[in-house]
Design a protein around this ligand. Structure first.
Ligand code: PLP
Length: 405
């Protein structure tokens, strides 16, 4: 559907090992359109300066561009106000910020932090560290054999002393799309604070934080056509205002005395030091690009490719697919009998196909699935069904080489 947009991505027109690059690793990081690359070049060529601190023309321009980027993010996820948007380095840092600041104030000994078995390490380890610091407990909503969350178990878990529920919107291994609106509504009814890990969804489908009804939402620029090193924490204004700072330093203070300091209001309270100015500008350019393509159309394309790949791969012998056959995104994980995932990924690379093999930062989920790794193909709007056909053909050839057919 979007094949014509491939030309917007200069990196995709190259050959790898003498064959056209087939990039099926967009869940790890997406490629960048020329419009995003241009926005960063433009900033460094014309407007580069530090933000918030100068009165000269370049500093004004940089500050305006940086704060306009914040407004673009707010509009992109339908936040009530741009002050609810904190720039971070990415999803990981956003979650750590909440664990450190909101967590320090709100989590006490004996409290429960509720996660799910399909979380990325980024949405597990910060909570484990918080639990160690505070004496809180961690519980997990189980994943069913179909690769979806066990809703009945989730409802039961809400009866306990749960203070926070943190859940991924889309699983980066299973491709499962969680019903976050429903989950947040149930959690909210029990007075539980909610955090959505939107790393795999922010660039893939329309997001409206007010409709979702979450308290926090985290995502990374690089997984949605933007640069690396920039990400977002959305936080409901009332919560951000009550939270202590994350890092201390320049730009986050109201006043500093020798032995005591006071803080700025959010979001600046959480943005100590010189921010990733060009990153924020590049992220805003990515959001404008995605909106021009149409996020609902991207979601439709993802779903179509996810189902297409799942159905084609299912027809192969000696294959195990993970995650639900329907209600999935453009992330498809599988394993081949008798062939290690790293061998598959290495051999596919020789054909110019970029796949990922490993635990995908989902070690607890791997344990639950009874495997140590999977092969993952992940699509974006620049991916095509003919690329999936090539993937399936290559997998079949690899099976033949290993004597499995
Ligand atoms: N959460 C999910 C679901 C992810 O897929 C990833 C990255 O793969 C992350 C969190 C971490 O993102 P980042 O490394 O950009 O902080």
């Amino acid at each position: 559907m979007f094949e014509h947009l491939k030309k917007d991505f200069p990196i995709l027109s190259q050959e790898i090992h003498g064959r056209p690059l087939v990039y099926l690793d967009s869940a790890a990081t997406t490629q960048k359109p020329q419009a995003v690359i241009d926005s960063i070049i433009h900033f460094y060529q014309h407007d580069n300066s530090n933000v918030h601190r100068g009165v000269h023309e370049l500093s004004n321009r940089a500050t305006v561009a940086f704060e306009n980027a914040r407004q673009t993010v707010a509009t992109f996820i339908s936040a009530r106000h741009s002050s609810e948007i904190v720039f971070t380095r990415g999803t990981t840092e956003s979650i750590n910020l909440v664990a450190h600041t909101w967590g320090a104030k709100n989590i006490k000994t004996g409290d429960t932090i509720l996660l799910t078995e399909m979380e990325h390490h980024s949405n597990i380890v910060p909570w484990q560290l918080l639990a160690e610091r505070t004496g809180a407990n961690i519980q997990y909503v189980p994943v069913t054999p179909d690769g979806v969350l066990d809703l009945a178990a989730f409802k039961l878990a809400l009866r306990k002393n749960v203070k926070l529920f943190a859940v991924t919107h889309i699983s980066n291994t299973l491709g499962t799309i969680n019903s976050i609106k429903e989950l947040c509504a149930l959690a909210r009814r029990s007075g539980i604070t909610t955090l959505i890990d939107a790393a795999q969804s922010a660039g893939h489908l329309p997001l409206n934080v007010q409709e979702i009804g979450c308290d926090f939402l985290a995502f990374s620029g690089h997984k949605m056509c933007g640069p690396t090193g920039i990400g977002v924490l959305y936080g409901r204004r009332e919560l951000l205002e009550e939270m202590p700072p994350f890092h201390g330093g320049g730009d986050m203070i109201a006043e500093v005395d020798f032995f005591k300091s006071t803080w700025k209001q959010p979001p600046h309270r959480f943005e100590a030091g010189t921010p990733h100015i060009s990153g924020a500008i590049g992220l805003a350019a990515a959001m404008n690009y995605l909106d021009a393509v149409g996020r609902d159309k991207i979601a439709g394309h993802d779903a179509q490719l996810g189902i297409y790949a799942y159905e084609k791969l299912t027809l192969l012998k000696g294959i195990r697919l993970f995650g639900p056959p329907v209600g999935r995104s453009g992330v498809v994980s599988f394993m081949l009998d008798g062939i290690h995932s790293h061998d598959v990924v290495t051999m596919a690379n020789e054909q110019g196909i970029a796949l990922r093999g490993g635990n995908h930062c989902n070690q607890p989920l791997m344990k639950k699935l009874g495997v140590d790794s999977t092969i993952r193909a992940s699509f974006y709007f620049y991916s095509t069904t003919s690329e999936i056909d090539l993937l399936v053909e290559t997998v079949r050839d690899i099976q033949k080489l290993f004597g499995v057919s």
